[in-house]
Design a protein around this ligand. Structure first.
Ligand SMILES: O=C1O[C@H](COP(=O)(O)O)[C@@H](O)[C@H](O)[C@H]1O
Length: 240
C-alpha cells in the first residue's frame, strides 16, 4: 500500500486538489480500460467537489457511480447521500441512468436492502464470494468521531469480513455501508477531511499505535492500492 498525506492551505485548496486527483485517476484509468468505477462519500465535505465535477467535460457514459454508504432514508430525504450527490453533480451532467447505482433504501428490512446492494455489486463486477469487487476509486470522509463510510466506533459492522455491504448504525438508526474488506480492495482510496473538529480523531488515526474499534478510519489500508489523506490546514496542519 502506498500512503500519501497532503495538507492544503484551506478548504478551497483542498477541494481543488481533490478535483485534480479525481480527474487524474479517471483519465489515467480510462486510457487503460473502458469504464471507471467510483464510490462516493456523503456528509458535507465532498459537496463542493461534486459541484466542481459537474462542470468537467468527461465522457460520462464511461463512468459508473456507486455510494460507499447511505442513510436509511428515501432518496428525496434531506439526509440522503444520494440526493446530495444528485443535486450537486449527477443531475447536472449527461450521465446515463444505468451508470448510477444508488443504495436501495426502500425495503422495510435494512438487512435485505444490504443483501440486495451486495448482490448488485457482485453481479455488476462479476465477482463471487470470497473475493471482493475492486473499485477504481473510493472517496471517503471522516466524522469527528473517526468513523468513515457508515463504519461507526464500536459497532458490529467493523468486524464484517465476508460481505461487501452491511448494516451500520448511528444513534439507533440503520445505515448501509461498504465493509472494511471491500474498501481495502480498491485501487485507490481518497479520504477528504476538513475543519478543526477533525483534529482529535486524526491524531488517533495517524498515531503508530491505536484502537481501530474506537477510530474505524484506522482500519482502511488498501492491500494493493493507493491511500490518500487530503486534509485542510485546520484539520491536519500538525500531522505532516
Ligand atoms: O455521516 C457521514 O459522515 C461522514 C463525514 O461527513 P462530514 O459531514 O464530516 O463530511 C461521511 O464521510 C459519510 O459518508 C456520511 O454518511
Amino acid at each position: 500500500m502506498q500512503k500519501l498525506v497532503e495538507v492544503l492551505a484551506d478548504k478551497q485548496a483542498l477541494i481543488a486538489k481533490s478535483l485534480a486527483l479525481v480527474l487524474e485517476k479517471i483519465t489515467t484509468s480510462l486510457d487503460q480500460q473502458d469504464y471507471f468505477t467510483i464510490a462516493l462519500s456523503g456528509g458535507s465535505t465532498p459537496k463542493p467537489l461534486y459541484e466542481a465535477l459537474s462542470s468537467q467535460p468527461l465522457d460520462w457514459s464511461k463512468i459508473h457511480v456507486f455510494w460507499g454508504d447511505e442513510r436509511y432514508v428515501s432518496p428525496d430525504h434531506p439526509d440522503s447521500n444520494q440526493r446530495m450527490a444528485r443535486l450537486a453533480w449527477l443531475d447536472r451532467i449527461p450521465i446515463p441512468a444505468a451508470n448510477i447505482h444508488p443504495v436501495p433504501t426502500d425495503d422495510p428490512d435494512p438487512q435485505l436492502a444490504a443483501q440486495k446492494y451486495d448482490d448488485h455489486l457482485r453481479q455488476w463486477f462479476g465477482v463471487n464470494s470470497p473475493d471482493f469487487p475492486v473499485f477504481d476509486l473510493i472517496l471517503l470522509g471522516m466524522g469527528d468521531d473517526g468513523h468513515t463510510a457508515s463504519l461507526f466506533p464500536h459497532t458490529a459492522a467493523l468486524t464484517v469480513s465476508d460481505r461487501c455491504i452491511t448494516v451500520g448504525e448511528k444513534d439507533g438508526n440503520p445505515r448501509l455501508t461498504f465493509t472494511v474488506p471491500l474498501i481495502n480492495q480498491a485501487r485507490c482510496v481518497i479520504f477528504i477531511a476538513a475543519g478543526e473538529s477533525k483534529r482529535p480523531a486524526l491524531h488517533e488515526i495517524f498515531s503508530a499505535y491505536g484502537d481501530s474499534f474506537s477510530y474505524p478510519s484506522r482500519l482502511i489500508h488498501p492491500s494493493a492500492g493507493e491511500l490518500y489523506w487530503l486534509l485542510d490546514a485546520a484539520a491536519g496542519s500538525s500531522f505532516v
